[in-house]
Design a protein around this ligand. Structure first.
Ligand SMILES: [Cu+2]
Length: 370
């Protein structure tokens, strides 16, 4: 029988013990705006996100995150720089390596780990979706509370950084039972794939081509999507019953604009102009995001069978028949539309419009050098 996992190639096997843990996370542990050096009370913008109240959660939230442990006992948590915030540990490997993730779920909901930028077979994908798989090929899709799973990822040549790339590429991994909600809850971290010979043999691994590396996630963390939103309301709002979760101001107060716990002072290395100055044209596009009612079956007929899309038993009826609990075939969508100039008055009309459907109207075309 063919092995499910590709045989270890010529590289090292990088073993990581990751535990999924519930934690209390404070977005503003210093209690003041560290950029303006103002206390939160005198900073109305910051305090709208960070002060708890009758119907406001404030700066602390329950989150669920990846933590790294030294071995399979999961007794000794590995130290992580505080500037990484709630990001999971940095996973690093080189082309030819095998990455073995021993994932154990110490939290209260099923979660997984799903990588970008590496190769995996079906048993190590870590994404839950109706893929028709079962048994061993399904075990990676959802690791229950108290459960564990070993994920096997490799970096074959097909996934290697190219000659033109830097020595290492930065990817992410995240939980993917319900990706948007799992990520908003906190389950995301950096995954680094390097050319051969970049990493040294130390523990933790270090890149030999740079002095320091920092991993920053630029993202608004939408705590409204967190699996813990109800618990956070109950814990941190002083009058939880007064909370209206649909209220726009409440929702905005839970969109956290930074998940890091450090202030970065970025100094530029050199004022010299970049060596390869671009010499092509500047191509401007005026693109509007436009809300439209989109009909997935505008003719009402199935083009291949000639049948009415809503005909009972046609197979298409479940998608197109409108009912008390069915949307039917027409949905509000948002579509990109191209305009001729910054006044956004005259649309650009192209013949492709016919077949592009809801895809943006104009394909953006460039030449090298633009
Ligand atoms: Cu993803």
């Amino acid at each position: 029988m063919q092995p499910l996992w590709p045989q270890p190639t010529d590289g090292a096997t990088r073993v990581y013990y990751l535990g999924i843990q519930d934690v209390e996370w404070n977005y503003a542990p210093k209690g003041r705006n560290v950029i303006t050096n103002q206390p939160l009370d005198s900073d109305t913008v910051a305090s709208s996100f960070l002060k708890s109240d009758k119907n406001r959660i404030g700066s602390s939230y329950k989150k669920t995150i990846y933590k790294e442990y030294s071995d399979s006992s999961y007794m000794h948590e590995m130290a992580q720089p505080t500037w990484m915030g709630f990001l999971g540990p940095v996973l690093q490997a080189e082309v030819g390596d095998v990455i073995l993730i021993h994932l154990k779920n110490f939290a209260t909901r099923p979660y997984t780990i799903h990588p970008h930028g590496v190769f995996y077979e079906k048993d190590s994908e870590g994404s839950l979706y109706p893929d028709g798989s079962s048994g061993l090929l399904k075990a990676d899709d959802s690791v229950p509370p108290g459960g564990s799973h070993i994920y096997n990822w490799t970096i074959p040549e097909s996934h290697a950084p190219t000659d033109a790339d830097p020595a290492c590429l930065t990817w992410i991994y995240h939980s993917h039972v319900d990706a948007p909600r799992d990520i908003a809850t906190g389950l995301i971290g950096p995954l680094i794939t390097c050319k051969r010979g970049t990493l040294d043999g130390n523990s933790p691994l270090r890149r030999q081509d740079v002095d320091n590396s920092f991993f920053l996630l630029f993202s608004v963390v939408d705590e409204n999507l967190s699996w813990h939103i109800n618990e956070n309301i109950a814990t941190y709002c002083s009058d939880p019953v007064s909370v209206d979760k649909e209220d726009e101001a409440f929702q905005e107060s839970n969109r956290m604009h930074d998940g890091m716990q450090a202030l970065y002072n970025v100094k530029s290395c050199s004022m010299a102009p970049p060596v390869n100055l671009l010499t092509g044209n500047v191509r401007q596009y005026f693109i509007e995001a436009h809300e439209i009612l989109w009909d997935y079956g505008p003719t009402g007929y199935d083009g291949s069978t000639g049948k009415n899309l809503r005909e009972p038993g046609s197979g298409s009826d479940i998608f197109f028949q409108k009912g008390s609990s069915r949307i039917g075939g027409t949905y509000w969508k948002v579509r990109y539309e191209a305009f001729q100039d910054e006044t956004f008055q005259k649309k650009v009309q192209l013949e492709e419009d016919e077949h592009l459907g809801i895809l943006g109207e104009e394909s953006l075309t460039y030449e090298i050098g633009n």
